[in-house]
Design a protein around this ligand. Sequence first.
Ligand SMILES: Cc1cc2nc3c(=O)[nH]c(=O)nc-3n(C[C@H](O)[C@H](O)[C@H](O)COP(=O)(O)O)c2cc1C
Ligand code: SF4
Length: 677
Amino acid sequence: MSSFDTLLSPYRLKHLLLRNRVLSTGHASGLAENGMPGETYQYYHEEKAKGGIGLTIFGGSSSVAPDSPLAFNQIDLSHDRVLPYLERMSDRVHRHGAAIFCQITHLGRRGNWRNEHWLPMVGPSASREIAHRSFAKEMEDFDFRRIIKAFADAAERGRKGGLDGIEVMAAAHHLIDSFLSPVVNHRTDSYGGSLENRMRFGLEVLGAIRERVGNDFIVGLRLSGDELIEGGLDASECLKVASLFGQSGLIDYLSIYQAHGDTFAGLAAMLPDMTFPPAAFLYLASAVKAEVDIPIIHASAIRDVTTASRAIEDGHIDLVAMTRAHIADPHIVRKLQDNRLDDIRQCVGANYCVDHAGQGGLCIQNAATGREKHLPHILSKAPHSRRIVVAGGGPGGLEAARAAAERGHRVTLFESSAVLGGQVNLAKTVPQRESMSGIVRWLEHQVRKKGVEIRLNTPATPDAVLAENPDFVFVATGGIPHRPTFTGADLTVSSWSILSGEVQAGSNVLVYDEVGLPTGIGCVDFLASRGCTVEMVTADRMVAEEVGATLHVGYVRNLYKNNVIMSPNMQLVGAYQEGNALIAVLRNAYTGSEEERSVDQIVHELGTSPDQSLYRALRPYSSNLGEVDYEALIDDRVQNVRTNPDGAFALFRIGDALFSRNIHAAIYDAGRLVKDI
Ligand SMILES: Cc1cc2nc3c(=O)[nH]c(=O)nc-3n(C[C@H](O)[C@H](O)[C@H](O)COP(=O)(O)O)c2cc1C
Ligand code: SF4
């Protein structure tokens, strides 16, 4: 028996036979189009089915009623127009042997009232949610009738649409959970006060659903195992709630979640990033399994198949969710079955998928996820093998090399330093961010396995590139840190020089961040964790303004713990030496008044400008003079620009060599060009 046999063995969930015990829990992927799960959404879940998953739950937070805001670009299940989409979605997933559920909810006050219909937000009581910044109207008798019916209608739509089941969301302080939690529910009627009263609304919803869909349709419930908030339900109270729902006879499984969605710290615990240990909240689900006699599901930072397998084998849960793990690699199960563990692209917990959902792609390291319609996860072989040169071994260059080799081309990769990885090698030096290195580890393994010729310590000079007689050249030479231009700029050092170890950290440091991305706050975290006294200054409204909501929590928490001073709305406008001290001159962005700081080191983070030297040198020899046909790029057509008939190869710049962005953009630049070569 391999240690994965149980994980891969079928599981009977009531009448439904799942082909294995691996699933993806409901998540708001941000892929809905006008509230409908169109082709982009359908292909996204179909890919998981192709990849061997047992069950995929789509439609995180699908709204059952028009006053449940589509806050995360979710699916609108409040209308019959969704039916043909559900039918197509279930067909696509079933045809590959997986089961499919949809998560349904009413978000209550989680969202913004300035939405499509401008209807009042509702809650058990008139209170405000910090994370989504809205107040709620206290629910009245007609709201109860309307919303309970809306849940039953939505569940029936799921059944009519060919789904195998639905999951009712009763965690994260969505509406049902708001009733359960004493933090939000301050009612004094039969829906507030005692636990029995606070559970009433949820039970009424489930009762109405069950009556409508009958017994041969799976109905699950997602509940918190510990709200992790002062005054909220703790683990023992959550256990009681789970037991009572479990005994109700109305549901077929429980999915045990954690924390609350009202605050940013709560969101970060709901969606644990790389700063949390693996399977950080499995103990909560395990406690419920020990008490409650229906199947238990759990998701939370189970990123690798060994941990997943142990969670099942050791009897902690019945079905294991690897939700972000499947965003990073939808083919986990197939690879496991084929004994190709090394090929699994493991989720690194970067939470790009959470913090940037709805902005195009989903995964920081896998540009195909959520773009399956245009960018396949598995590239087909090209009709002719070409000679490809890639200059630069950061994530963009590595992805270009990987994808080109997968297409059957002969690839040479030049990297001027001794190691691959580019800026990821800086990112991984930040405390608790070491797992960023997983992005490069996987790419490096793949390019080596696919036979890419890697030349380390070898700068891609124009002569060296031309000597390869390439058909295509990808310039992925990255960016170089912007230098400040104010008086005394020479007295400052870049964040890169600190993170790379090139410059030793001072003891009393001012870090000026004009960009707001992880590099600046990561550098502060790096310095503060080494015992430096640090002030972080930014001209933005808050520090690390571009860092997504869940990631922000981990960084800023560390800064508070290390007594970092955070100074928003201030610009660094000058520096000078005074004795042994360095003086930083700061200007208030609103009043213009100036103040000074005396430190022993000033660090700047101003982003990068493209390293264009190789690109400029190669341009005259190229057939396209570096030009990209955007229409062809958007329409998935081959690049065919020939502005220089004498040119011998097509030349493309990708990643920060083009303009300063992020890892995902670099990987996407590479993937979308190479797939058609
Ligand atoms: C982009 C994104 C959106 C999510 N939205 C929802 C949601 O709407 N409802 C929900 O119950 N969980 C949602 N989740 C949480 C997941 O269901 C799951 O609990 C979480 O990703 C942790 O599991 P994992 O570590 O296996 O990814 C979301 C997760 C992601 C990544
Ligand atoms: S973005 Fe990060 S957390 Fe999300 S799936 Fe990709 S690697 Fe995992």
